[in-house]
Write a protein that binds this ligand. Structure first.
Ligand SMILES: C[S@@+](CC[C@H](N)C(=O)[O-])C[C@H]1O[C@@H](n2cnc3c(N)ncnc32)[C@H](O)[C@@H]1O
Length: 293
């Protein structure tokens, strides 16, 4: 299974439930600082769906649906008349059942049809190919999931090939400018990586997308996480946060003292965090990549 049980209390590394963190809202994205663009001014934010009566949305690694429902409410607000067909690729049965509970409790989901596929992105591709009935999509998103696929460029190319002519593929990963990137560069090889999970960030994507000849825009989405409790000896939340940051169960108790000492020093430094008003804020910025058909 994907990282289940690996990090006690947090639901597993970058999967499952995240600790409390702040992120600028979706509305922030179009105004965010744009780093790459291969699209002429004026053609940048065409709408999806092109006035169709049904909008087909594919969520790859949708987890418990937290982000998915936010996305759907944005699409609903933009296309009040349309029927939305939302399909989810998600290998974890536990996440799917949480997603279903969330849907059952939510209001404002009229005219949205949900379908869950309990499979990985690769299994979806194999099944759809075997069934020989390729379906096209108006919006596909992969939020915080590309860490878990074996071949990232092939996965992106495949899902890109499923886009309708007026559609978007959205990818979100931790930013190349985040504290994660700093941490992984220095300590990636010291952290246990028994599960299939790679230290990829948004900084790795332009190279892959350029070589696939894809058109895209890359945005920086500011986000930060208060990790002050990591520096309070014996603090339970701090220990769990440290497990989350290092993807190691009981890091504080089991890591070699020198590794722990070095890491704690680095966690406070500007490469990872900002120190403000006596608190330490870890840079949890996200990279948002919007790919055109
Ligand atoms: C960090 S969670 C992100 C969930 C959700 N997209 C969000 O942003 O809240 C990653 C999700 O990807 C799923 N996942 C892991 N490997 C996958 C794969 N090969 N194909 C599709 N989904 C996968 C996990 O089960 C997990 O639910």
């Amino acid at each position: 299974m994907w990282m289940e049980g690996k990090v006690a209390g947090l639901g597993g590394g970058r999967t499952g439930r995240w600790p409390d963190w702040e992120v600028a809202g979706w509305d922030h994205i179009p105004g965010a600082q744009q780093h790459h663009s291969h699209i002429p001014e004026g053609h940048r934010h065409p709408t999806i769906g092109n006035g169709k009566s049904t909008i087909n949305v594919l969520s790859v690694g949708g987890g418990a649906g937290e982000m998915d429902l936010q996305i759907l409410s944005k699409i609903r607000a933009r296309y009040p008349e349309a029927t939305i067909n939302n399909e989810v690729i998600e290998p974890s049965a536990d996440q799917i059942s949480k997603y279903k509970e969330r849907v059952a409790q939510a209001s404002n989901l009229e005219n949205i049809k949900f379908t869950w596929h309990k499979e990985t992105a690769y299994e979806y591709e194999s099944r759809v190919n075997a069934e020989k009935k390729t379906k096209k999509w108006d919006f596909i998103h992969m939020i915080q999931m590309l860490y878990y696929v074996r071949d990232i460029p092939a996965t992106i190319r495949y899902f890109h090939s499923l886009l309708e002519s007026q559609a978007k593929l959205l990818i979100i990963l931790v930013s190349g400018k985040s504290g994660w990137e700093t941490l992984w560069k220095k300590y990636g090889s010291s952290f246990p990586l028994e599960d299939l999970c790679s230290y990829v960030s948004s900084a790795d994507l332009p190279r892959m997308l350029d070589s696939a000849g894809l058109k895209y825009q890359l945005y920086e989405l500011p986000s930060r996480m208060d990790i002050t409790s990591c520096f309070i000896e014996g603090d339970k939340d701090g220990e769990l946060l440290l497990d989350f940051l290092t993807e190691t169960l009981e890091f504080a108790k089991t890591a070699p003292p020198e590794l722990k000492h070095q890491l704690m020093e680095d966690l406070r430094k500007p490469g990872c965090s900002e120190n403000k008003d006596g608190k330490v804020f870890f840079n949890n910025n996200l990279g948002v990549i919007v790919i055109d058909p």
